[in-house]
Write a protein that binds this ligand. Structure first.
Ligand code: NIG
Ligand code: FE
Length: 424
């Protein structure tokens, strides 16, 4: 799927220009071109600039031309942390948590992640594929053009490989790009109860080598948490993954402050995620090591926890990304409008910082800042057109989807009121 297309007269062309993560103060700079235009040829951006200059230099013949007068145009959004491929739901756990039950206690008693593991082990590939496609459609309609998806609801060879390979199939079937992460270290499966080191041996000696050899994932992730995987176990797993060519990511300092941010910095993770309870030293270490801090405000909101310290991180010079954490337990929401509202109104990021966090920094969190996440010549022609003239409407029109048109590799793949189409 590769198209030729011109978008011109955009009230603001929010380029987010850059080829690497933006940290600290640079997060506020969106490089906006008023009355801007962008040209995509064969799926790739070939020109970006003021409409009069771009239009004078381009031949519109055989190209789709979109007049974006009165509308803001942004890079396609990058949701850099999800667990979108799962079977079954957990409403009973939601009720328990509303009554005060703790997430880790539910997991310890064999519920939580482990109940989704049971359902996902039973689900056929076809069922997972159908649900996956519906969830991807939903993301696309909110302007997401690239998503990261984790395994971790299998916790055995067969089901982990099933989840990973279904994601590869989905990427072929659907316009969205999917960055795939192996998260075999999401929880300790019942078969290995009280034998965490044996399970780690299985991951390091059997699952990860198989995943790496078959090219089924680009990243490896771990739930580093009290009662799940310790700091040392997480380090061991991620270093093994790194040796196998899988880039490390980690769920750290979410419920208990274990020093996960420091560990992520020490091993050179691509991203450190959650970070609700990270220490000042941990935040400084992430900034100094250039590890992207992926914040998941919807997850904190649903878990009724204090938010990650986004302002402190940005002020200390971190590169912050925002992602949904869509999953059936801690955060059954892939809502981009809710995520943006929480980031701006509750975590006190500016609208500009939030846009950076969901575009170029989201791309950096999955190692793709050189390919997507901004409107720069040479990048993939992924962009979104809003119903409104400025990016500020994204949080300001609170909780409402402002995305009117989604363009993937130069092809219109979603138009509000018309729905999704994967045909170019
Ligand atoms: O990122 N914290 C661990 N993993 C997921 C939740 C998965 C689940 O509850 O099913 C998270 O929040
Ligand atoms: Fe997660």
């Amino acid at each position: 799927m590769k198209g030729d297309l011109i978008v011109h007269n955009a009230a603001e062309l929010v380029t987010c220009s850059g080829f690497s993560a933006k940290s600290g103060k640079a997060m506020a700079d969106l490089n906006i071109i008023p009355d801007g235009a962008v040209v995509i040829q064969d799926g790739v951006i070939t020109a970006v600039g003021p409409s009069n200059e771009v239009m004078a230099a381009v031949d519109p013949k055989d190209k789709t031309v979109i007049n974006a007068a009165g509308k803001a145009v942004l890079p396609g959004l990058v949701d850099s942390h999800t667990h979108f491929l799962f079977a079954g739901h957990r409403p009973e756990e939601f009720l328990l948590r509303l009554k005060g039950a703790s997430y880790l206690e539910i997991l310890r008693q064999g519920g939580g992640i482990l109940s989704t593991v049971q359902a996902t082990r039973k689900a056929t590939r076809e069922v997972l594929k159908t649900m996956g496609l519906q969830r991807l459609d939903c993301m696309l309609a909110q302007g997401v053009t690239t998503v990261e998806g984790k395994s971790g609801y299998g916790l055995d060879m067969e089901t982990e490989l099933k989840q990973l390979s279904v994601m590869a199939e989905l990427a072929d079937l659907h316009p969205l790009d999917i960055a795939v992460t192996c998260m075999g270290a999401h929880a300790l499966p019942e078969e290995y109860r009280a034998r965490a080191d044996d399970y780690l041996d299985f991951l390091c000696q059997a699952l990860l080598p198989q995943v790496a050899a078959r090219g089924l994932a680009e990243f490896c992730d771990v739930f580093c948490e009290k009662g799940v995987f310790s700091l040392d176990q997480s380090r061991r797993l991620l270093l093994t993954a790194k040796d196998l060519g899988l880039k490390p990511k980690c769920h750290v300092d979410e419920i208990e402050p274990l020093g996960g941010a420091e560990m992520a910095a020490e091993i050179g993770a691509v991203s450190a995620d959650h970070l609700l309870r990270s220490s000042d030293q941990g935040i400084a270490a992430l900034a100094d090591a250039g590890v992207t801090a992926v914040l998941l405000p919807t997850s904190a909101f649903c878990m009724q926890k204090d938010y990650a310290r986004a302002r402190c991180m940005i002020d200390r010079g971190c590169a912050v990304a925002l992602a949904t954490d869509l999953n059936p337990g801690s955060c059954f929401s892939g809502s981009i409008p809710l995520l943006l509202a929480l980031a701006v109104l509750n975590m006190h990021m500016t609208p500009a910082e939030a846009v950076t966090a969901l575009t170029i920094n989201g791309a950096a969190a999955i190692g793709r800042a050189d390919q997507i996440g901004s409107l720069d010549v040479g990048k993939k022609g992924d962009l979104i057109i809003l119903e409104f003239p400025s990016h500020v409407y994204l949080p300001y029109h609170t909780g409402v989807n402002c995305v009117e048109t989604v363009i993937k590799s130069g092809c219109v793949v979603y138009e509000k009121w018309k729905g999704v189409s994967s045909a170019c």
